[in-house]
Ligand binder design. Sequence first.
Ligand code: NDP
Length: 297
Amino acid sequence: MAATVIDGKAFAAKVRGLVGEQVSKLKADHGIIPGLAVVLVGDDPASQVYVKSKGKMTVEVGMKSVEHRMNSDVSEADLLAMVQSLNDDPTIHGILVQLPLPDHLNSDLVINSIDPAKDVDGFHISNVGLLGTGQKAMVPCTPLGSLMMLRDHLGSLSGLNAVVIGRSNIVGKPMAQLLLGDSCTVTIAHSRTKDLAEVVRRADIVVAAVGRSQMVPGDWIKPGATVIDVGINRIDKPEGGTRLVGDVEYESCAAVAGAITPVPGGVGPMTIACLLANTVTACCRVNNLVEPKGLTA
Ligand code: NDP
């Protein structure tokens, strides 16, 4: 039987709807408008596209959107001063410094200069520690979106075998922590993993976050497993032009899996929706208000 396609685009629209409702409530009941500031250094075209669509969706859900563009040769001191001014600004509840930063800037230093309570990307070392110890954290957006889709599709994840392929700080590791938090038995695979095929075949849940186009074939997938494809890879089309594909071979995996996220239209749209969700959550937390249900881990 063909796999259920987990429609990330539709799910993201639902999450944005919930965020919008929460924003309206914050305005009506407390006179508060959640604000998200994005800092973009340099003119990387992909980053510009992301930042533009983040700004558009922030405004669409009724939040304040602020964008600061800085030249690619900005000094670290000036960038840190910009972050500090946003930390001090009470109308800003979420701060995102678009990565990657140019080589002369220390990304860890910059990210760790963000107020952890406003760190809506969840990359600050304090949030990494809070997530790792099962405490209330700001959770990285892509893993959070993936978790939301898994919970929505499977209900309880307790006791399931989950294999996360990839151990990056922004996707693989936080994803594994979230799955552990939901009582999965978690394996983190990476480039040194021996017999990856056998490891993946044991999984009820496969999360592929590798960055290698279509590297997971269908015969690695346990029948009925749920496959979350985080990868975004651009490949050439035989007839010319390019197209986006994930880290799993969609057709062969969809023939075996119970459910699968497509690329595009799977995890990608959920990432921005979760950024907006995190901003509302941050706003509620700083104002000691009840957090919205269904928007956090
Ligand atoms: P990284 O390059 O930081 O990490 C890739 C991971 O994959 C590493 O841990 C690496 O292992 C592992 N890996 C590489 N080759 C293999 C292999 N042959 N077998 C097993 N593991 C392997 O990537 P990211 O985590 O940042 O991103 C992963 C993918 O997700 C990319 O395609 C990226 O574009 C996409 N992405 C999508 C987002 C979305 O919104 N949908 C958001 C963020 C990322 P090792 O550590 O040993 O080198």
